[in-house]
Design a protein around this ligand. Structure first.
Ligand code: PMV
Length: 339
């Protein structure tokens, strides 16, 4: 029997990946903060068998996940023929509430790829480079490929990011990150847990026939160019404008898709407006961003944690489902659990 276990963090994009080409390749480059404290832990036990996977989520057998995990193993068989000779018991748990509405596909697929690459090393003696592990994660869920790196992951070929690629993510070089951006946190205000009205895969697909898709891809790549300069110059003002514009463009693309749809809720808008008002009054650098859902991420430098948490507890938490919000520092988060 071979065993591997890894922790993999979630991430939140600053420049958004929205729209695909080819085999899960991004239509534009993207970059994310890695959410070190919001993660999935997965362990895989492989015993002799015929390539079949069984998934347990928080200790409970979960057949709904079997198909996704099975598809992941089936895809890897071409490069890892040993998979056909094993069965896999996959145990996975998130450290954030199961129904928080936070995407667990990025951290989940990242952890699955890390464990599989480690099993490959144990069984075949060959070490898989991180780029290829990232590529494996990408095939499970696009944004997952960025979660393996921190504090920022870059995915998608872009001239301003040396070494960047459409097939895997790379770490944003620490030397190019101004000290202003080295110690940030994210408070995720949970507006809606549970299933979204339109899944991310369906949302990506709608970009194929979207009237503004080409303009959006060009803007995203231009924002990658501008963000690269902002991150090394430490310009928080420009960072705020760029990141918030990216979040609203993502949702604007949803509103202009056909069929059109809305994932923000009245509570999302209330939170955003209150954060903006607080920022205006306090002068503190709080930045909002959104995933493909109703939850609002509030990014801020760690030194303002107490002011931000006061704002949340006094004025925002009533708009959160069951009063839930989750906090994470930004940083690297991959950890091997079976040393
Ligand atoms: O990785 P997917 O296919 O779930 O797409 C996620 C896309 C966004 O989260 C909306 C943006 C991003 O870049 O993470």
């Amino acid at each position: 029997m071979y065993v591997s276990a890894f922790r993999c963090p979630s991430n939140i994009a600053l420049v958004k990946y929205w729209g695909k080409k080819g085999l899960q390749l991004p239509a534009n480059a993207s970059i994310s903060f890695t959410l070190r404290d919001l993660y999935t832990e997965t362990s895989i036990e492989s015993t002799s068998g015929s390539g079949m996977a069984e998934v347990y989520v928080e200790g409970q057998r979960n057949q709904a996940f079997d198909a996704k995990v099975q598809a992941f193993f089936d895809r890897q068989q071409a490069t890892m023929p040993w998979i056909r000779g094993f069965n896999f018991r996959v145990d996975t748990r998130n450290n954030f509430p199961h129904s928080s509405g936070i995407a667990s596909s990025a951290s989940g697929m990242g952890a699955l790829a890390l464990c599989t690459a480690d099993l490959h090393r144990q069984i075949s003696g060959e070490t898989i480079p991180m780029e290829s592990v990232s590529s494996m994660a990408r095939l499970g869920s696009g944004s997952a490929c960025r979660s393996l790196f921190g504090p920022l992951g870059v995915w998608g070929e872009h001239p301003d990011y040396p070494g960047s690629s459409d097939t895997y993510a790379v770490a944003y070089p620490e030397a190019k990150l101004h000290t202003e951006f080295r110690n940030w946190e994210d408070a995720v205000l949970i507006v809606e847990s549970g299933r979204k009205a339109v899944s991310s895969s369906a949302g990506h697909k709608l970009l194929d026939a979207h009237p503004y898709a080409a303009a959006r891809y060009a803007t995203a790549n231009e924002n990658m160019h501008r963000l690269r300069k902002i991150l090394s110059a430490g310009d928080i003002h420009a960072f705020t404008a760029l990141v918030e514009s990216e979040a609203l463009q993502l949702h604007a693309m949803m509103m202009c898709s056909m069929p059109y749809y809305l994932l923000m809720k009245p509570a999302s808008l209330e939170i955003i407006n209150r954060v903006w008002l607080f920022r205006e009054q306090s002068g503190l650098p709080l930045v909002i961003t959104l995933d493909a859902g109703a939850n609002v991420h509030v990014l801020y430098p760690a030194q303002y944690r107490s002011q931000v948490h006061d704002l949340i507890n006094n004025s925002l938490v009533s708009f959160c489902e069951n009063g839930v919000y989750l906090c994470s520092s930004i940083g690297e988060g991959v950890l091997q659990l079976n040393q």
